[in-house]
Each structure stands twice: as C-alpha cells, then as structure tokens.
Design a protein around this ligand. Sequence first.
Ligand code: MN
Length: 239
Amino acid sequence: MSALFISDLHLAPERPAVSRAFFDFLVTRAPRSEKLFILGDLVEAWVGDDDPHPLTREIVRGLRDVAGKGVALYFLHGNRDFLVGRRFARETGSILLPDYHRTEIGGRTLLLCHGDTLCVDDADYQKFRRRVRNPLVRWGLTHLPLKTRQRIAAGWRRKSAAINSNKPANIMDVNDDEVEKVLADYDADILIHGHTHRPGRHRHANGERIVLGDWHDQGWYVRADGDGIELQSFPLPGD
Ligand SMILES: [Mn+2]
C-alpha cells in the first residue's frame, strides 16, 4: 500500500506554472501510488462545483483521469475550498473526508487534517470558520448566483491578506497542545497537515507531525508506504 498527500497548491489562473506542475504530478507521480489524498487549499478559491471556469474544469478532468487509472482519490476541505461538494466528488470520482480522517498505511496510524483547526490561538479566524462552516450558511452560499459568490470569495481573500499581514507569526501556527490532543483523541502515530506553509517534521510528546508545504517555488508531497514516510519537494519552473 502506498499513498501520496498534497495540500496548499492554491491553484489560480494567475499562476499557470503551478497548474502545469500539478497536472504533470497527476500524470507522472500520482498513478504510481494507490491513493492520493488532497488535504485542502488545492485552489486559491472554490466558489462552487458549478463554476464553469476553464481551470476549474481542467482540475476536475485531471482528477477524474487519475481516478480512471485506479488511484483512489480523497479530498479534505481547506479554508479556501470548503465549498467543494458532492458534485465535485461525483465528477472526479473522489471521496470527501471530514475535518479529521484516520487511516492506516504501512503499519502506521495516520491522522489527516488541513491544519486550520489546529491554529486555535487565532481566535478571530476560528470564529470566522465556525460561521462559514455552519451547514445553513454553507447551503445559503452555494445557492447564491455565481457572480455573487465570486465577489464574496474575492472579498474574503482581500480581508484575510490584510489581517494576516498584521498578525504575530506564532498565532498563525498550530497550537502544540491541540496537536497532542488530536493525536491522543484519534489514537494516531503521525499527524499530516498543511495550511501553515511551514513544511517540516516535528516530534511531539505522543507522536510525530509532518507539515506539507505550499506549492510556490517548490512543489511538496508526502509519500507513505510499507518502507516509511517521507516529505519530498521538487523545484517548480517559473511562470
Ligand atoms: Mn489553508
């Protein structure tokens, strides 16, 4: 059994080199694994499964092709793409995962999440998250006209960039107590997440934490199989 994990590609029409690297990853690396887990923020903004934008459609086709080659696809929501829904899952052939997902690979118990739920010191963000993740709010959002959703998403991105540039760095990282709590709650050995854009491996009192990187100058992924678990990066060509 082998699995790949990616997150935080932040695919956007303005960054074509990252999209090319992602589609190349889907064709070359992904089919050599049995499972591909996308741990959120695959795109910079997902305004709904009905978005007709060419990049959105290409992403759906690319994933469907990978699934067609027999790779099991899993998608876990990030803060940028929490509106990914059932139609996306159907069209890509992927399985949508809850905020925390426990899985066994190569004899280890892994716990997967996007990472934003671990940043409990950022009280303002957690409040915003609770609001937009409310099922009623979510239902309301997905039933707004596409143009309105695009405007709302652009507003959130602007606001988040302005607020985050003034926040102390430690508030925007994970809280160690929360990490150890979820490792214990789910009885897992290794936690894999993204979101913080601080790739690395960390020892905790009751396990290990592996942080995926964002796809900017480099692409990042974790590969796990019976031989071990590795955090890998590779250079991305410029735009
Ligand atoms: Mn994120």
